[in-house]
Every structure is written in structure tokens, then in C-alpha cells.
Design a protein. Structure first.
Length: 151
């Protein structure tokens, strides 16, 4: 019995580790190349060139209109800025009040850490998304604003 308790304690310790990589949440690699990331860090963040590729690669597979009720949908700008039960997901111009940013910066041990499975966003990608929101979170209408939700 004691050995079972020790194994359980070890497993729980591993699950609550604050390390950035686990079996379900892998250390991220940048989706954008270095030059594209650099241009986004110093100039205007473009939804089509900078934001959309990150959201499609690391977020949209779960966060779409067919996702679970109450889960943030990135199917359109209207869905992304919608206020859920716990507040607004994206508040243009206010990254610190946007739940989207809170979820990106959570540690792995947190239930709200995003993405919980798959490749994590890199610090550069998270900074780019924060910068995009602070610049007003421009999101075009029509097909250029739609995300691919399947990989």
C-alpha cells in the first residue's frame, strides 16, 4: 500500500511540474520565420501574415464553432470578441483584460493553460498576440478572416 501511495505522489508531482514540456504539451517552436517575427515585433501586426498562421497552427483546431459550449471560438472576429460566462475573450486594445492572454500565459499545471495538448506557443508568439490585441486586434471580414480549423 505504501509503495502505491509513493507512486501516486510521484505521479502527481510530475503532473504539477511547471516545466514547459510534458507528454501532452510539447515545447513550442515558432510558426513564423525569424524575419516575419521581427517585423511583427517592431511594426504593425498583420492578422493575415502574423496572427492567422499562429492561431491556425496552435489554437483553431479546438477553438472553433464546433467546439464545446462556452469554449472560445476563433471561427470569426465576432466569436473571438464575444463575452463568455467569465468575461470577454479578446478585448481590442486591452490585452491585460483579455482572457485570451491570461490563458496563453498560464503554466502547464494550471487547468486553463493553452494549449493543454500539443505544441505550446513560444514566448515570441505570445508576445506577438499580445501586441496584436494592444494594437486593436484587427481581424478582417470575409474569407481572409476565416481560420482553417483542421490540420
Amino acid at each position: 500500500m505504501r509503495s502505491i501511495l509513493l507512486l501516486a505522489a510521484a505521479a502527481l508531482t510530475a503532473c504539477t511540474s511547471s516545466e514547459s514540456e510534458s507528454e501532452t504539451r510539447l515545447t513550442g517552436r515558432n510558426i513564423l520565420d525569424a524575419a516575419t517575427l521581427e517585423s511583427a515585433q517592431s511594426g504593425q501586426v498583420s492578422f493575415s501574415s502574423h496572427v492567422k498562421p499562429i492561431l491556425e497552427a496552435k489554437c483553431a483546431v479546438c477553438h472553433n464553432q464546433s467546439g464545446l459550449p462556452g469554449r472560445m471560438s476563433l471561427a470569426s472576429r465576432e466569436d473571438a470578441v464575444k463575452t463568455g460566462a467569465l468575461g470577454a475573450f479578446i478585448i481590442p486594445g486591452q490585452p491585460d483584460k483579455s482572457r485570451f492572454i491570461d490563458h496563453l500565459s498560464a503554466t502547464h499545471a494550471s487547468v486553463k493553460a493553452m494549449p493543454p495538448v500539443g505544441e505550446a506557443l513560444t514566448p515570441e508568439e505570445a508576445a506577438l498576440l499580445r501586441r496584436w490585441i494592444s494594437q486593436g486586434a484587427f481581424w478582417p471580414a470575409g474569407s481572409s478572416g476565416k481560420l482553417l480549423t483542421e490540420r
